[in-house]
Design a protein. Structure first.
Length: 185
């Protein structure tokens, strides 16, 4: 969702800057010419002094813009990793499984697979419905179908059992380790 908000804000800022640029280049509204004031004396008297609500509306609009900008800034700084997973103990209580522990266990088990050079794991989502995001770096001789089958089979089965969940979605991105071409002499 944050990516959509970022794209929307970027598009709106781009449109506003484009409109301002076109307005300045054409010297049209709100500019009446090079020496004309931006607000005429009549406009200042009509809107800024006669209406008592005007300043309150401007202040509320600016305050809303500041709050939205702060929300956006804080959402950029927020960590998207899940700290803990709630595991049902069966007696009506819940235990917390540390997210880092689950990530490290999945990374270690994935790293032990044949053909895997390196693995990074991130636990995302909510406590009751976590999701795994894996970035698996394959060695040059690895068969991606075999690695993917091992991930979908025992690795994710162990992770789901550890978290006490019947379903835990996972996204795996497979990359090949960069290597030199072998020379045949």
């Amino acid at each position: 969702m944050l990516g959509a908000v970022n794209r929307t804000l970027l598009a709106l800022a781009g449109l506003a800057l484009l409109a301002a640029g076109v307005s300045v280049l054409t010297a049209s509204w709100p500019f009446a010419g090079r020496h004309a004031p931006l607000l005429t004396a009549a406009a200042r008297r009509r809107h800024w002094h006669a209406e008592g609500w005007w300043w309150w509306a401007v202040a509320a609009g600016l305050a809303l813009c500041v709050l939205l900008a702060l929300w956006w800034l804080l959402s950029q700084l927020r960590r998207s990793r899940l700290r803990a997973v709630a595991v049902d103990t069966g007696d009506g209580a819940y235990a917390l499984l540390r997210g880092r522990a689950l990530e490290e266990a999945v990374a270690a088990e994935t790293g032990a697979l044949d053909g895997v050079a390196r693995c990074r794991v991130a636990l995302r989502g909510r406590r009751g419905s976590p999701a795994l995001r894996l970035v698996v770096e394959l060695e040059p001789h690895a068969v991606p179908a075999d690695v993917l089958a091992a991930l979908a089979g025992p690795v994710l089965t162990h992770a789901r059992a550890a978290a006490g969940l019947a379903d835990m979605p996972a996204e795996a991105r497979l990359k090949v380790t960069p290597h030199r071409a072998e020379r045949v002499v």
